[in-house]
Design a protein around this ligand. Sequence first.
Ligand SMILES: Nc1ncnc2c1ncn2[C@@H]1O[C@H](COP(=O)(O)OP(=O)(O)OP(=O)(O)O)[C@@H](O)[C@H]1O
Ligand SMILES: [Mg+2]
Length: 250
Amino acid sequence: MAESPYLEAVELCKRYEDGVLALDRVSFVVRPGEIYAMLGANGAGKTTTINLFLNLIEPTDGEARIGGIVTHREPLEAKAHVAYVSENVMLYGNFTAMQNLEFFARLSCKRHYSRDDYRDILRRVGLSNDVHHKKVRGFSKGMRQKCGIAIAMLKDAPAILLDEPTSGLDPKAGWEFCRLLESLRQEGKAILMSTHDIFRAKEVADTIAIMKEGRLVMEKPAGELARIDLERLYMDYMAGHNGSSPVEAS
Ligand SMILES: Nc1ncnc2c1ncn2[C@@H]1O[C@H](COP(=O)(O)OP(=O)(O)OP(=O)(O)O)[C@@H](O)[C@H]1O
Ligand SMILES: [Mg+2]
């Protein structure tokens, strides 16, 4: 029997104050141990979806639920169950990687970690010992991204939201990142990510969705797409050859 959903978008709608309809009745679920990748053009509504799960913004209709908790009704409770890595990770430039981890662990009341734990987690995300004590001010975008992922992992939340996590990563780091996601899936995390990286999405995701102009126009298990040229399919959707009526989440 399939596990019950951990992340749920239920007829989620968002119209911004200036009238832009960014999301139009988007519904999907992400189960524990599942990686769900959202593809879509710039402005399709991917970040808006993630921000609704984080309650950084409120829906104009519908609900985002985390472990059954409606994010805009119980934002603090919902936030406790989710870790987040943004597109541009915010770190303290004057702190070292270790100090950033210590700081953010304390902020989320995770005081049980030792310095060895921090070192392990930094290595796990692909930051080698020689940079653990360097100030992050001098880190490249990819290194910052890895630091952000390490901080998200410290929270040990059952759900992880990632907004374009591979955007700054070199090919090797991208590959390592996918292995990391796979190990988090093994631990039973429900993972929702937005990405422009069709290749990585196909490689790592269990479910792939395409968003277009605020609608979910395709959602398929990655297994069904194994023999399909996903890039071509994506282009077809962008060109409107596959219709643009929203799909029901399975
Ligand atoms: N704060 C805001 N106020 C008004 N409109 C917004 C705001 N944030 C986003 N939008 C609009 O909502 C739509 C969806 O934007 P969103 O950032 O969710 O897209 P995206 O799929 O994440 O795009 P990208 O791939 O470029 O990151 C766009 O039309 C955007 O201009
Ligand atoms: Mg975005």
